[in-house]
Each structure stands twice: as C-alpha cells, then as structure tokens.
Design a protein around this ligand. Structure first.
Ligand code: IPM
Ligand code: MG
Length: 385
C-alpha cells in the first residue's frame, strides 16, 4: 500500500528508468549483418512443459536444413538449459544470471514456451520469462504471420514488444485508499522503430496496405502518439496505403469474411497485439499452428505463440506435442539469418504436411503421430521438394 508521497516516489523512479531505456535505445547500433559473421550462434532454449520436446524437434529439423553450414562452422547450435520454472523460482529471477549470459552469447534463439506464474499458483511472483527476455535483449518487434491460403488471407502483425502495458507491467501499485494504478508507456523512439520496421517489411514484400490499430480515441496520450507517429512514418511510403482502426472494430473485422482478406500488414501497441494475434492464430487453425519472431537490432528470438501445456506433460503425453508452431518459428529464424532458400523449403514442406497432404496427423495423444514422427515426415517432405 502506498501513500501519495511514496506513490510519487515510485512514479519518479519509473519515469527515470524509462528515460534510461530511451537513452539505451538511442545508443544502439544497426541490425546485425549475419552474412558478415564468421559463425552464427543459434541458442536452443527448451523452456517448460512441452517446450523441450518441440524445441528439440525443431533443432533436429534446423540441423538437417543447415547441415553444410554446421559442418563448415558457419552455424553453431548451443543448448541452453536453466530457463525452467523450477530454476527460475530457485533463483527468484525471471531469467537467472547464468542463463542470461548464455543467451547473450548467441545471435539468435529458438525458445520453447515458459510458465508464467500467476496469483494463486505454486510459483513465486516472478516476471514472465518471455517478457523479461524481450526487454533484456530489446526485442522490440514481435512479428506474427497468419495465413489462410484458401481464403486469400496473408496477414503480418507487427506487435510492439517492449512498451505499452508490458513496459512496467509488474510495477503498478495500490494506494492506501484502495486505488490501484498500472502504467502504460509509449515512447517516440520506441514507436518510430516498430513503424519503420513494419513499413520496410511492407515495401520489401510488395504489400500495398498497412493498418495501424489503436484505441487512440480513448487512450489519448499513448495510443494517440502511437497512431500519429506511425502515420508520419507511413507518409515516407507513398506507394503504400495507410489506414487506421480501433482495436474493437479490428477484432470484429477479423471475423468478417467479406473484409478480412483485404488486410495485409498491421502495426499495434503491445497489449492489443498480444490479444489480436491469438484471435488471428485461432482463425488459421489454432494457436498451436503459429510461430513468432521477436526481433531486435542485436538479438532475435523465435518462439511459439502458445503456452507450455503442462497438462500434456502431467498426463504423460508430451511425446505427442505438436511441433508445428516451433517449426513455423524456425522458418522465420532461417529467413532472419539469411537462409531464405532453406526457409522457403521448410515453409513449403509444412504447408504440405499440415494442410494439403496430411499423411500424418498430430492429435496431442496416441490417436495421432508423435512429435518426432512428424519431424521425420517434414524432413522427408523437404527431401522430395
Ligand atoms: C505471447 C504470450 C505472452 C505475452 C505471455 C506468455 C507473457 O501471451 O507471447 O503472446 O503476453 O506476451
Ligand atoms: Mg499472447
């Protein structure tokens, strides 16, 4: 419980910490040029629940696709243990120091889902490992593609990943009068960089439209700024049409079959991006089918958008976990580090295995194939391409 005086103090600390974050953002160099590196280090970080199973499978597929690069030393895989809820709880840290050191020694990371403690469960109240990693490695863009080819849907969401409701999500407080406050933060630099990345992606991929999604009519200071700055960046791209939507109507439009295929690239503040990408993934066939890239200038991390499915492990079904989300994330990883041909091959094979051919089906239990049988199926399909 805070008094007005101690609340003021907390608020001041919070603003100071954000000023420091902006200074760090400004001091950063440009994006890593992977082609110029002697060795690209890919960290494999299993996480909790079904994480290690689906991560290991993706590593197997990645090693298969990159076998020449591994043999020549251009690519190195490193397994990183210790990002488990047990270890995090033992250290009372979202990411224990030694794990953070190992993460920072990699260029890109493939990460399995991790348990996020919530009030009332058996775990101490430590910050989500995802959120901590996004912040610590400054992974400012969460890029989430969703495709439904038979409907002509090809969406790419650019979710701002370090600000908004997540920036100081664990630093809200309650005053002694029963008033609880949380903070949402939008910075000029933080908004410009996500907008620039989204428009640059739109241009490089010949997209004709970018939609900015906010609630700027109500959340005026932060969402208002986000909208205005994205529109300003949009003006530098005269060949791309920019429009803007409020999050509520956008949520409705994604289920409007007459309109939804018209959307192409969307830019959103963190929390709206979190919510709407689950909706979009569900339309594609479930959150288990979607991968995501967390992109920063120095680091990038690729992951599933779903959770760790502890029930599957408790019921002894982990070997039947669906690796598709992690394999989709692996497509993004390959493309990000410059192996576009390998990324295309994996994507094509996944489309065949998941939609057109479906020789093996994952059901999450012994009525379907196992995770590693599916991995074999994907690799055999790649070989036939
Ligand atoms: C996501 C997840 C995370 C988030 C959770 C696990 C902290 O829902 O990646 O979308 O809220 O960002
Ligand atoms: Mg989410």
């Amino acid at each position: 419980m805070e008094t007005i005086e101690s609340a003021k103090q907390k608020f001041e600390e919070l603003i100071q910490s954000q000023k420091q974050r902006v200074a760090d953002m400004r001091a950063q160099g440009d994006f890593v040029d992977y082609a110029a590196l002697d060795t690209i280090v890919i960290g494999i970080c299993g996480g909790d629940g079904i994480g290690p199973t689906i991560c290991k499978e993706s590593e197997r597929v990645l090693r298969f696709l990159l076998k020449d690069e591994v043999a020549s030393g251009k690519v190195e895989f490193r397994e990183i243990d210790g990002l488990t809820i047990e270890n995090r709880a033992a250290h009372m840290q979202a990411i224990p120091d030694d794990v953070m050191k190992e993460l920072k020694a990699c260029h890109v990371i493939l990460k399995g889902p991790t348990t996020t403690p919530r009030a009332g469960d058996e775990w101490p109240n430590i910050e989500s490992a995802n959120v901590a990693m996004r912040k610590a490695l400054d992974l400012f863009a969460n890029v989430r593609p969703v495709k439904i080819p038979e409907e002509g849907i090809d969406w790419t969401f650019f979710r701002e990943n370090t600000e908004g409701a997540y920036a100081v999500g664990s630093r809200g407080f309650e005053t002694e009068d029963g008033i609880s406050v949380d903070f949402t933060i939008t910075t000029t630099d933080g908004t410009q960089r996500i907008a620039e990345l989204a428009y640059d992606y739109a241009k490089r991929n010949h997209k004709s439209r970018v939609s900015i999604v906010t609630k700027a009519n109500i959340v005026k200071a932060t969402d208002g700024k986000f909208l205005k700055l994205c529109q300003e960046v949009g003006k530098k791209y005269p060949d791309i049409a920019t429009d803007d939507w409020y999050i509520d109507i956008m949520t409705a439009k994604l289920v409007d079959k007459k309109r939804r295929a018209d959307f192409q690239v969307m830019i959103l503040p963190n929390l709206y991006g979190d919510i709407i990408t689950d909706e979009a993934a569900e339309l594609q066939g479930g959150v288990g089918t979607a991968g995501s890239g967390n992109i920063g200038k120095r680091y990038a991390m690729f992951e599933a958008i779903h959770g760790s499915a502890p029930r599957m492990v408790q019921e002894g079904r982990a070997q039947y976990a669906d690796p598709c989300s992690m394999l989709r994330a692996s497509v993004m990883l390959l493309s990000h580090i410059g192996y576009q041909q390998e990324a295309d091959k994996l994507e094509k094979a996944l489309d065949i295995c998941m939609s057109t051919e479906k020789k093996l089906v994952i059901t999450g239990r012994d009525t379907g194939c196992t995770c590693s049988e599916f991995g074999d199926y994907v690799m055999q399909t790649v070989e036939k391409l």
